[in-house]
Ligand binder design. Sequence first.
Ligand SMILES: [Zn+2]
Length: 198
Amino acid sequence: MRYILGAIAVAPGKPLFRWNETDGNREEAEKQWREQGGANLQSTLLGCGFELVLPDAYFAAWRRADRDGRAFSLVSAVAYLQSVLDVTSGDLWAAAAPYYDQRLREWRVGFGLKEDDRVLHGVVWPLLGVEDEGADIGAEIVLILKSANLGQVVALDERMPLEYCEDCGAPMFPNRDGEPTHADVPEPEGEGAPVHLH
Ligand SMILES: [Zn+2]
């Protein structure tokens, strides 16, 4: 996440933001901010996917960015794989599973290609605030990935152990069969099999 800091001064009782005005609203302001602000920031974020959120009180903005960042990570992983592998999102699968030690700690999502069970990329979906086993996080993840038109999306029920690679410390991600798998970064330009980066 990146923050843009700004300072504004207004006369007492006057609106700070467009949505503080009687004919303004946050939704429209956010839309305009993304269009106009986005165009202005594009040159400073070359080659990056990004999503702007509205200014807010520090901790409120932080929490919102944390929450929105989770969905953004999934969508950007799909864009990354499409770009690196030169495939469509329909060629990709994703498998999401809950990871536990004594209790639910996070969800992890593994991504792969077509009939290949290797995990090519993984995203951790952290829990925020009061979320626990009761929250239907699997359904939320599935919805986001289906909206990204993935070929196959699987939400696994089994509790996965909170495992990391013993060599590099990377989190292990689920494949479609719920096996803990090392995500191996795909080689650009399709030069043979993905490599295990150790
Ligand atoms: Zn490793």
